[in-house]
Design a protein around this ligand. Structure first.
Ligand code: GLN
Length: 547
């Protein structure tokens, strides 16, 4: 039976609850425990898959094909534990399950209510895989007091009651605002948010307080007194220079000790933090810098490409360089020459994306990188753009484009070098799709195998001939153009095992020009950088003549 840590937030959102949860997961692992992290999101979407990146940031995809919150990316990056479908749930999913059961008649004529039916559904979800790990860390999205959050708070209260005493604890994250005029950290919002929690029957065991300044002893005592926790359980969470410092910083502040104390685990096993010391050393002591341009559409919101920017950082750590990322809005190139914007970068990355807006600019960026021999990594849409670019400018298919844009515009303007994928093989069955299918959860999602061509650049980079990477796309490069493109130097160096779906393309006469249909960024970790990002940054470093 696992022990449970429920992580809630108060005062304001975006305090770094996901990061605190992930760091705690890493610290418990460092003490020899196994962990799994979960996110319970109160919004009514069934999953974030249909939300705009502007609304919700990146959609993180798991091996088993769930479209989840970006916090699951933090969990994986800090613990290395691959998340699953059952690690992310929303009110929308919970209510859908309850209503489906009601329609089936599973409730035997009962009146369906939030308590117990919705709360039971939440509790059942929380304990999936209960016997697999030592600690289950469950983060509740949003802040205490949100209307949508109430069933989740009630469910975790009941859950802790149902379990033997001492098996569940509550960790609450708050903010201590700093009032410059009086030079004081204010504890009142924290007091109120804990009061709010206690009204619904939850007493936090550990309080994590974000603050720009160290918490003076007097304030610590005040928080302890008014919030009914021990002084040692008030953990300061100062702003950090890098998120990868979080495990060490939280350990210094005593977070893992406070959690183990709350469970009465004594003596606590000693932590081995060597991995995190190495990570911090690589982050804080780079031996140079490379500049990478990310040419995309959602550039105003960096969270939209969270895993991409983290994977670049990991690639930098592997090569002991700092990666300076600049976000370039692809739409600019629709009217302007990309050269003045892109000269001076050591490498160019075109990430995933949806819809036509900005794509002509991305094609120009791909062309610039190919012609100027600048390292280029095209991810998903970025690969499709590289193929369209080569089709237009090398293979002479002037009207080459993607069916995605014709679908949007409702007319046929392009020769569909990239087409709407309607059938593919998953394991031992065939998945089928129609043009008018629902949008939610119907893409080609999750881990699929790619077979790499022997002697290719990617086979060398991965040191393998078969890889598993995560996908999230509806469109696909049409294999019927393979020969034509290969004759012009764009090699299809990775294919689905049945040889029907192009997974990777690479340019022959180019130092580093690779497009991948999958998302290599999703499996990258600071202590195990994704091979493609590691080598992309190596190439950027070479291009910058740092080596
Ligand atoms: N829009 C493209 C597709 O659906 C690319 C998706 C992506 O970049 N994740 O195939």
């Amino acid at each position: 039976m696992a022990r449970y840590v429920f992580i809630t937030g108060g005062v304001v959102s975006s305090l770094g609850k996901g990061l605190a949860s992930a760091a705690l997961g890493a610290l418990l692992q460092a003490r020899g425990y196994s962990v799994r992290l979960r996110k319970l999101d109160p919004y009514l979407n069934v999953d974030p898959g249909t939300m705009s990146p502007f609304e919700h940031g990146e959609v993180f995809v798991t091996d088993d094909g769930a479209e989840t919150d970006l916090d699951l990316g933090h969990y994986e990056r800090f613990t290395g534990v691959a998340a699953r479908q059952t690690d992310s749930v929303s009110s929308g999913r919970i209510y859908t399950n309850v209503l489906e059961k009601e329609r089936r008649g599973d409730y035997l004529g009962k009146t369906i209510q939030v308590i117990p039916h919705v709360t039971n559904e939440i509790k059942d979800f929380i304990e999936i895989g209960d016997d697999e790990v030592d600690f289950m860390l469950c983060e509740i999205g949003g802040t205490v007091g949100d209307i949508e959050g109430l069933p989740f708070f009630e469910a975790i209260r009941q859950f802790a009651q149902d379990r033997p005493r001492g098996q569940c604890i509550f960790m609450h994250l708050t903010l201590l605002p700093y009032i410059a005029a009086s030079g004081e950290l204010k504890t009142k919002p924290t007091q109120h948010s804990v009061k709010e929690l206690r009204t619904i029957g939850l007493q936090p065991n550990v309080l994590v307080c974000r603050s720009e300044h160290p918490i003076p002893q007097k304030e610590r005592e005040k928080i302890a007194l008014f919030c009914n926790v021990r002084k040692e359980d008030v953990i300061a969470a100062p702003d950090l220079k890098s998120i990868y410092e979080a495990p060490l910083a939280y350990h210094r502040e005593g977070l893992d000790q406070a959690v183990l104390d709350a469970f009465n685990i004594a003596p606590a096993p000693k932590p081995d933090l060597s991995v995190w010391h190495d990570v911090a050393d690589r982050i804080f002591n780079p031996e140079g810098e490379v500049k990478v341009a990310i040419v995309g559409k959602y550039v105003q919101l960096e969270d939209a490409y969270k895993s991409v920017s983290e994977a670049l950082t990991h690639g930098g750590m592997a090569n002991r360089v700092k990666v300076k990322v600049e976000w370039v809005d692809a739409e600019i190139f629709e009217h302007e020459d990309p050269a003045p914007y892109l000269e001076g970068f050591d490498a160019i990355l075109v990430p995933g994306g949806f819809g036509e807006r900005g794509t002509e600019g991305k094609i120009k960026a791909a062309q610039f990188a190919r012609e100027r021999k600048v390292p280029y990594l095209g991810i998903c849409l970025g690969m499709q753009m590289a193929v369209i670019e080569a089709a237009r400018h090398l293979a002479g298919i002037e009207s080459a484009g993607s069916e995605e844009f014709d679908h949007e515009a409702g007319k046929k303007r392009f020769e569909p070098v990239v087409y709407h994928l309607k059938e593919w093989v998953q394991g031992n069955h065939t998945v089928q799709r129609k043009a008018d299918d629902d949008k939610g959860g119907t893409m080609r999602l999750g881990a699929y195998t790619a077979v790499l061509k022997e002697g290719s650049k990617v086979a060398k980079i991965y040191s393998a001939t078969e890889i598993e990477e995560r996908h999230r796309h509806r469109y696909e490069v049409d294999i019927k153009y393979r020969e034509q493109l290969e004759n012009c130097g764009l090699v299809f160096s990775g294919m689905s095992p049945d040889g029907r779906l192009p997974e990777i393309v690479e340019a022959k006469d180019h130092p580093w020009y690779i497009g991948v249909q999958y998302h290599p960024e999703l499996k990258s970790k600071p202590f195990a950088p994704a091979p493609l990002f590691r080598d992309f940054i190596r190439a950027a470093k070479e291009n910058s003549r740092l080596v």
